[in-house]
Design a protein around this ligand. Structure first.
Ligand code: PLP
Length: 467
């Protein structure tokens, strides 16, 4: 249980550690000072004296995964008893499970004794696998209205983004120029571009207004004669805000600058037409649309040349070497096809559900704020600020009763950090706890009923236990 330590452990230490261990086994979160006091008689000041970092040491030694730093610890967790525990997953912008149709397809594939064949070989079995790969290219291409040869499968969304940005930049290594992006991009974009600074590339970061959108005018203003790439996301992962990609594409096309679009959140949720919209590169990922993890794809317009990141064989038209992740590719192809087929109906259903979610939240928290535009937004996303609530505490309290959501600021080992997206909106994060709800295929009204059966008591409990 306890980790190696230089502290000499007394009976009091063991009493606290054993209680914390039992409590964690039962509640899946660590006990609070007041629980420990009540059950072991060890007072807070005693605990803080005998453990080097108080409660954090207790959690650390027991192995309780509460993430807290010395300066800004996550606040307490509400003590709520549920009558009928259930799992409610409301974090679909973070990741999604494999949907049944994809799982069944992959299972059938695995059941075929020859499915291990290498698609680059010339055997009959290999040709069959090759046809499945072709089919997956066609599936993705069909969703985007592009040519199947313009799709390159990658090892996930981040790799697709890296391939796009570095692939274009590395063509200009002899005369590194200027890149335009926005302050609210995913770290896969921001960090890739930051890395390129070491090669001499310079970057302009376009800001967003309180609605969280990048405007085409802002892009136009940021362009310079030496701009070599613009990279703007289609929809934001935290606030779900949809950027006017069509207008941004028109600006880029007129300027003759390639536009790379991170569509990891948007693909399968809103229509995307790279060819009509002036997009040269567009990245997607399997695990955001009920496909497998570690698989993604990049649309590369035929006229867009790219330096590959992975050199080797001729797979994926020479743009990404290596024997293909066939399971991932088949899974992504299937997931994309289904998402595309259901897009209109599912987003209308999710929109109704989100409206209900917001209305019910506003009933219990009239002073809440919605982060980012409500009109230009993915139907499945709601990101709110709750006054006077610590989002880390709320997250853990909800997790304790089986509900998964995300926070806009995360208490973790390095400290309590506020998301760069929320900061870019100008939200007062000292005043508001940020929570992201991500609805999905299996979310129903009864999930929301479960949430709202306990949320008011959790919020009251958290406000009362502030110290
Ligand atoms: N871009 C956005 C907008 C994302 O939300 C994510 C994943 O969270 C990524 C890129 C990275 O995708 P992957 O996890 O497939 O590498």
């Amino acid at each position: 249980m306890a980790r190696r330590t230089n502290t000499l452990l007394t009976d009091t230490h063991w009493q606290v550690l054993e209680y914390a261990n039992e409590y964690y086994a039962c509640h899946r979160v660590g006990p609070l000072y007041r629980n420990i006091e009540r059950h072991t008689g060890v007072l807070r000041n005693t605990l803080e004296r005998i453990f080097p970092n108080g409660l954090q040491s207790v959690y650390g030694w027991v192995g309780i995964p509460i993430q807290a730093s010395n300066e800004v610890p996550c606040k307490p967790v509400a003590n709520i008893k549920v009558d009928e525990y259930r799992k409610v997953y409301l974090d679909h912008n973070s990741t999604t499970y494999l949907r049944a149709e994809v799982r069944d397809t992959l299972q059938n594939f695995l059941d075929d004794a020859e499915s291990f064949a290498n698609p680059s070989s010339s055997s009959t079995a290999a040709q069959k696998i090759h046809r499945l790969l072709d089919k997956a290219h066609v599936s993705i291409a069909h969703c985007l209205g592009v040519d199947p040869n313009e799709i390159v499968f990658t090892g996930g969304g981040s790799e697709a983004i890296n391939l796009a940005i570095k692939g274009v930049a590395f063509r200009h290594l002899s005369s590194p120029g200027h890149i335009v992006t926005s302050v609210t991009e995913h770290s896969a974009v921001l960090e890739t571009i930051r890395y390129l600074a070491s090669f001499g590339f310079t970057t302009s970061y376009v800001t967003v207004g309180s609605e969280g959108m990048v405007t085409a005018d802002a892009i136009k203003e940021a362009l310079r004669p030496d701009t070599q790439l613009v990279s703007i996301m289609a929809a934001n992962n935290e606030i779900g805000v949809i950027n006017p990609i069509q207008e941004i594409g028109a600006v880029c096309r007129a300027a003759g600058v390639p536009l790379m679009v991170d569509a990891v959140q948007a693909f399968g949720k809103i229509p995307l037409r790279p060819k009509e919209w002036g997009i040269s590169l567009l990245a997607i990922s399997g695990h955001k649309l009920y496909g497998p993890k570690g698989i993604g794809a990049l649309y590369v317009a035929t006229n867009q040349s790219l330096v590959p990141l992975v050199h080797g064989g001729e797979q994926e038209g020479g743009r990404r070497a290596g024997t293909e992740n066939i399971m991932g590719i088949i899974g992504l192809g299937m997931a994309a096809k289904l998402a595309h087929r259901e897009l209109a109906q599912e987003s209308a259903r999710l929109l109704r559900l989100r409206e209900r979610l917001l209305a019910r939240l506003q009933e219990i928290e009239p002073a809440l704020i919605v982060n980012g535009s409500l009109t230009h937004r993915l139907a499945n996303n709601l990101n709110v600020g709750l006054p006077g609530i610590d989002s880390g505490s709320l997250l853990l309290s909800l997790d304790q009763i089986g509900i998964s959501v995300s926070a806009g600021s995360a208490c973790h080992a390095g400290g309590a950090e506020t998301s760069h997206v929320i900061r870019a909106l100008g939200v007062d994060t000292k005043r508001y706890g940020i929570v992201r709800f991500g609805l999905g295929l299996q979310t129903t009204e009864s999930d929301l009923d479960y949430l709202f059966r306990y949320l008011p008591a959790i919020l009251t409990d958290l406000r009362n236990s502030r110290h």
